[in-house]
Ligand binder design. Sequence first.
Ligand SMILES: NC(=O)c1ccc[n+]([C@@H]2O[C@H](COP(=O)([O-])OP(=O)(O)OC[C@H]3O[C@@H](n4cnc5c(N)ncnc54)[C@H](O)[C@@H]3O)[C@@H](O)[C@H]2O)c1
Length: 307
Amino acid sequence: MGMLYYNSSSAENIMGKKLILVTGSSGLIGSEVVADFASQGWTVHGLDNNMRANFFGPQGDTRWNLHRMQQTYPRFQHHELDIRDRAGVMELLQELRPQAIVHTAAQPSHDLAASRPLDDFDVNAVGTLNMLEAARRACPEAPFIHMSTNKVYGDAPNEIPLKEMDKRWDYADPAYYDGIRENFRIDRSKHSIFGASKVAADIMVQEYGRYFGMPTCCLRAGCLTGPSHSAVELHGFLSYLVRVNLTGSNYNVYGYQGKQVRDNIHSFDVAEFAERFFAAPRCAEMYNIGGGRRNSCSILEAFESKN
Ligand SMILES: NC(=O)c1ccc[n+]([C@@H]2O[C@H](COP(=O)([O-])OP(=O)(O)OC[C@H]3O[C@@H](n4cnc5c(N)ncnc54)[C@H](O)[C@@H]3O)[C@@H](O)[C@H]2O)c1
């Protein structure tokens, strides 16, 4: 989808300058992007205010990951900044004028959003707009990748007929064997407060691509996983499951008999996608990014895979 924005020579210029800004850089995806680009010689600037600890308490604290990156990557520079701080974000972008941006800072949980709708919208929707507008003013040619979510489709995919298997629900219609496509409708469905704030961000990222011609991209993910998640019950499915297993505590299953299926993709694969997109950016793209059927599992299947 979308049109090619750069020819290959301008893409090479972007790769040549090598300064990237990563928001949410102490989180799962942000830190993986930092690691990937820093180890390839890019100067990496990260922006994070550890708001995950404010959202989820001590288990969500990301400082351990920030310290790990500061020790491992000498060219990594951290900025303690809130994406809701519009003036601060404008100033930072003017100062850095990065050649590429990966925006992962967010309030990432449905359940938490229901108890803090204002914070959720301010971070996810307005914070993303702050980043987009700052990028438009400072570096409109820089490819801008936004971490969106499959929750933009709300519960509309639940209208697709399912068949019940032993350990999972599966699509009854083989047309959906590999999941839904990006042109699946995103309105007239229930999203949760979180899904709605992410729809607002997703549409705005597309709009900065279509309307202003910026090379923007939304990645609509299912479950993201990897070694650097500060996992909590409300966010970080596989990582939290492993933690519960290691500590011998209980994992609560909420509905669907544990047969609900999740697509899982490793954070490293997301970082690799960013590399490919920067090498050949397009305008107003959106992708359902996932591990595919082979990396999908229901909760019951995930329980079993420990054996
Ligand atoms: N993890 C998943 O399963 C998953 C699935 C689909 C989509 N996503 C999306 O991917 C993105 C990254 O997810 P993640 O799992 O890496 O999340 P994460 O919580 O591990 O990382 C997000 C980081 O952003 C920071 N942050 C939060 N609010 C901030 C603010 N106001 N200013 C500055 N920093 C702030 C947090 O402190 C945290 O370090 C999010 O947009 C999320 O919605 C995640």
